[in-house]
Design a protein around this ligand. Structure first.
Ligand code: A3P
Length: 299
């Protein structure tokens, strides 16, 4: 499938979603919800046989942890290194079987991404030891961002209410499954040499350092000047401004507020406590838990 056709295909499926009933927008596979329109069963089935290459660039993130931010950064890094990437959406779980065949023809280096649980990422990424950049975000802000995302895009069903969405998120009844299941699974890989975990919050704290780490991890050689330029072009404000071009009608959906701590405007006292308890149960004492600096960002 040619790149342009693939882009048009995604666009038309998004349009198609507008006339779909909310209850038809998700389906369950192995206990996890996926988008009927963008990740139908045949796409997920074909994805299992995806043939990764050792030098592919792979960005992994639970939804709303800053995936599009890092996609923007990666595109700028590769452009600075003279690589022109196709405009194709990088999520492998959105590539219909024909598009998966087409990417097999692309020359290296290729760029992909996924929101899939690590155990459901195609096996070839592990056997080829493809480097994976994993982005995480504190769970309270992730939940808030996800809530607004559900209410502002045609592909997913609307969150019925804040309280209902809160409990769906906590039980993992949201597309791509439970935040905590993903986090617990990534904890097992945090020291793998092919994995680098960065957090949304550390990127907010020092984007220049973040861009440098990402470029080095994927062995892209950039000058200090190029790193500075990329960091400047990747702030929330800069990306929001350019998102009309990069994300068209979906710019406000992917570039909403871009802040740390918006959860304070949404969570009730009891919900905050419930999340604190879940975090403690699942991630306290873990390396990922420490990286997320929960006490600083979620208290
Ligand atoms: P908010 O909804 O809290 O604003 P994803 O791309 O994984 O869907 O994540 C979306 C979240 O990342 C949104 O969070 C969005 O605003 C934020 N984001 C996107 N670009 C950003 C940037 N350059 N800097 C900071 N946050 C950014």
């Amino acid at each position: 499938m040619a790149e342009q056709t693939f882009k048009e295909n995604i666009k038309s499926r998004m349009e198609q979603a507008k006339s779909m009933k909310d209850e038809d927008k998700l389906y369950k596979k192995d206990g996890i919800f996926y988008s009927t329109i963008l990740s139908p069963p045949e796409t997920l089935e074909a994805m299992k046989n995806f043939e990764a290459r050792e030098d592919d660039v792979m960005v992994v993130a639970y939804p709303k942890c800053g995936f599009n931010w890092m996609v923007g950064v990666m595109r700028k890094i590769t452009t600075a290194c003279g690589i022109t990437l196709p405009e194709r959406p990088p999520l492998i779980e959105f590539h219909p079987p024909e598009a998966q065949k087409a990417v097999a023809e692309l020359k290296s280096r290729r760029f992909f991404g996924t929101h899939m649980h690590p155990d459901n990422i195609p096996e070839s990424f592990k056997t080829k030891k493809t480097k994976m950049l994993v982005i995480f975000r504190n769970p309270k802000d992730t939940l808030v961002s996800y809530y607004h995302f559900m209410n502002n895009n045609p592909v997913l069903p609307k969150a019925e209410s804040w309280d209902k969405f809160f409990s769906d998120f906590m039980s993992g009844a949201v597309p791509w499954g439970s935040y905590f299941d993903h986090a617990v699974a990534w904890e097992k890989h945090i020291d793998d040499p092919d994995v680098m975990v960065l957090t949304y919050e550390e990127l907010k704290e020092n984007l220049l350092e973040g861009v440098k780490k990402v470029a080095e991890f994927f062995s892209f050689s950039l000058t200090e000047e190029q790193i500075k330029d990329i960091a400047e072009q990747s702030t929330f404000k800069a990306m929001q401004e350019s998102s009309q071009t990069s994300h068209g009608g979906f710019s406000k959906v992917f570039f909403r507020k871009g802040e740390v701590g918006d959860w304070k405007n949404h969570f009730s006292e009891a919900q905050s406590k419930q999340m604190d308890e879940e975090f403690k149960k699942k991630l306290s004492g873990t390396k990922l838990g420490a990286k997320l600096k929960y006490d600083l960002y979620c208290q």
